[in-house]
Structure formats: C-alpha cells, structure tokens
Design a protein around this ligand. Structure first.
Ligand code: HEC
Ligand SMILES: [Cu+2]
Length: 347
C-alpha cells in the first residue's frame, strides 16, 4: 500500500514536471537547431524580437499589477475571528474605477496596434530599391526549389545568400511561390514567416548579418511530409557566395568513367522528373540535380547527403520519406550502385 502510494506520488511529480521538461528540451533543441526567434541574425527578425519584447513587457506589468493587487487584497482583507459572522461594507459601482479599466485597455490595445502595424509595414518594404538580390522560392510537396533569376542559377533545398554588413549591405528579396498547395517560408533567425500561395506570389525581404547555416521549416500544413520540409539558408561571405554562384552556373561535368550510371539515369525515367543542365534531362517535378553533391542534405534537409543515404533513397524513397512524390523505381542493387557513382560526380 505504502509502495503504491509512493509510486502514485512519483507519477504525480512526473506529470507535473514533464511539461516543464518538455518545454526545456524543446527550447534547447530550438536553439541547437538554429531556429530561435530570440536569437536574431538580421534586422527583419530583430524588429520582430523587439515587438515580442514590448508585448511581453506590457503583459508582465499587467500581470504583476493584477496578481499583486489580488495578493494584497487576500492578505489585507482576510477574515479575522472578530468579523466571523458580519458582512464587510459592500460597494456598488464606481465611476472612476470603471472608467479606468475601460480606458486603460483601450489605450494599451491602441499603442500595440500602432507598433505592430509599423513593424509589419517596415518588414513589407524593407528597402527593395537598395539593389536587393531576388531569389524565387517555390514550395513543392515536400521540398524547396530556389531560382536566382538574375544569376541563372537553379538549386534545391539549400539556399545560399551573401552576408550583409553595414558598409556593404546585401538585402535579399524572396519571391514566394507554390507549385501545388499552400506552404509557408519560415527561417526564424532571419525573418518572419510568409505564406506561399498557389497563383498568388508573395514577397519578403531579409538580410543575414552573420555567417552560418540558418534552419527553418515549412510553417503551413501541406500534407503528410509537411514536418519533413525543412529549410537551410547558408549565409556566407560575399566572396564565398560569388564562388558558389559561379560553380552553380556551370553545366554538369560529363565523366566517362560513370557512363553506366548515366545510362541508367536516362533509361529509368529519372530524367522525366529531374533536370541536369548540360544533358537532355530537363524534368521539373523533382529537385535540380546538376550540382547535387554541393548540397549537405537531400530530401529537404531530412537526410545527410552521402553515398549510403543516396543508395537507400534510390532503393526506396518512401522508406526514408513516406509517401513522398518520388516513386520506388524498383532498381537492382547493381543499377543503384552505378547510379550513385554517377550522382557523385555531380559536384
Ligand atoms: C515521378 C518523378 C520522379 C522520378 C521518376 C524520379 N524522381 Fe527523384 N525525386 C522526385 C521528387 C519529387 C523528389 C523530392 C522528394 C522530397 O524531398 O520530398 C526527388 C528527390 C530525388 C533526390 C534527392 C535530391 C535532393 O536534393 O533532395 C535524388 C538524388 C533523386 N531524386 C534521384 C533520382 C533518380 C536517380 C531517379 C531515377 C532512378 C529519380 N530520382 C526518379 C521525383 C522523381
Ligand atoms: Cu510545405
């Protein structure tokens, strides 16, 4: 009996602590994954953080005032034995108090509305005229296509941008589109989230003021693999970025040693869905593979890009990303092996 009781308390304690533990673990992983709105890496996310801090500060003052008054009243006006059976003086209506608690909240809401509208307007017009570089972001179930129209570059799942500094600002303009359903682009350390609506392009602007790989997440439920539609934004020095651009612009190299794998690629329908510039593969259903090996991950940042994972992906994409839009093409182990060798030359 005692045993059971102890056990029970243990459960209670666990039940009490588990939400706290959950929040702590979630917070820790959000920071580790480079996803925290509390750690801005550019002016767009910074203005959102300022707004958050202001709203939190106002809420904290209200919280302290209300709870403080409550505690004061509980202590100050608690029942003493002398008054046990008598009613305290009753109060009916008070014009000053009622005016105060009507006008106060209206003022607070009004001030908040002004500040929020200002932040939203600022975010919408963040200086497109200072020569922002445009990147078209096209959401697909369940991966990201990145097109740099003025640089003639097409890539997938990992967007590269130059770092912006006060004397060499490099603002980025994202043109947000969708190939199928509604998605939403959100890399919290860089900017707020904006929906990607089929047939209705949206725009957003950001600057990355420090180098790094900033993570993000599709923020609008878009089907079964929505949770595995992750974003990677690689912010690098302008020189590194120019190098990356130049490499991406090149067509794929043709390596005679992997002709067997190349043959499989063109006979097993891969080229219907994937493009490899410099070859006759021009499919647009799946990610552009011209420089596949320049990316650290595949399948929307889900899976590290290495030989083992590429082979597993080709053996059965659905096993790694259930119900994804790439079918199991029933390749033989030998075909997979030569295909992976070919893919590995796409640097
Ligand atoms: C019916 C269209 C279709 C065919 C055919 C197809 N793929 Fe795919 N492929 C896709 C789609 C869609 C994705 C993205 C899946 C996701 O991340 O949700 C993809 C992803 C990939 C990726 C990961 C790319 C990245 O950057 O994430 C590789 C590699 C790949 N396919 C190779 C191949 C090869 C090799 C073949 C031929 C054996 C092939 N695909 C056939 C549609 C197709
Ligand atoms: Cu999505």
């Amino acid at each position: 009996m005692v045993q059971r009781h102890r056990h029970h308390q243990c459960h209670r304690l666990a039940a009490l602590l588990s939400p706290i533990a959950f929040v702590l673990v979630a917070a820790q992983s959000v920071f580790a994954a480079n996803l925290s709105t509390l750690d801005p890496a550019g002016p767009a996310s910074e203005s959102i953080l300022n707004l958050l801090m202001l709203v939190t500060a106002i809420s904290a003052v209200i919280f302290v005032a209300v709870i403080g008054t409550l505690i004061y009243c509980i202590v100050r006006f608690r029942e003493t034995s002398a008054q046990a059976n008598s009613e305290p003086p009753q109060l009916y209506g008070s014009a000053p108090i009622e005016t105060a608690w009507t006008v106060g909240p209206i003022l607070i809401v009004f001030v908040l509305a002004l500040v929020i509208v200002r932040t939203v307007v600022e975010a919408r017009q963040a200086d497109p005229q200072t020569g922002a570089m445009t990147v078209r972001v096209i959401g697909h179930q369940w991966w990201w296509e990145y097109v740099y129209p003025d640089q003639s570059v097409v890539t997938a799942n990992e967007m590269h941008v130059p770092v912006s500094s006060p004397n060499a600002r490099r603002p980025i303009h994202l043109r947000l589109e969708s190939a199928d359903v509604i998605h939403s682009f959100w890399a919290p350390r860089l900017a707020g989230k904006t929906d990607m609506i089929p047939g209705h392009p949206n725009d957003m602007w950001f600057e990355a003021t420090q180098p790094g790989v900033f993570h993000g997440q599709c923020a609008e439920y878009c089907g079964s693999q929505h949770a595995n539609m992750l974003i990677r934004v690689v912010a690098e020095s302008p020189a590194e970025f120019e190098q990356w651009l130049a490499a991406q612009r090149n067509p794929a190299v043709d390596t005679p040693a992997v002709a067997a794998g190349r043959e499989v690629f063109f006979t097993r329908t891969c080229s219907n869905c994937h493009a490899i510039r410099g070859t006759s593969a021009t499919g647009t259903v799946g990610p552009d593979l011209t420089h596949l090996m320049s990316r650290q991950t595949i399948a929307a940042a889900e899976i590290p890009n290495d030989r083992k994972n590429l082979a597993a992906w080709l053996a059965d994409p659905g096993a790694m990303k259930p119900s994804c839009r790439m079918p199991d093409l029933k390749l033989s182990p030998a075909q997979i092996d030569s295909l992976v060798s070919y893919l590995e030359t796409l640097r």
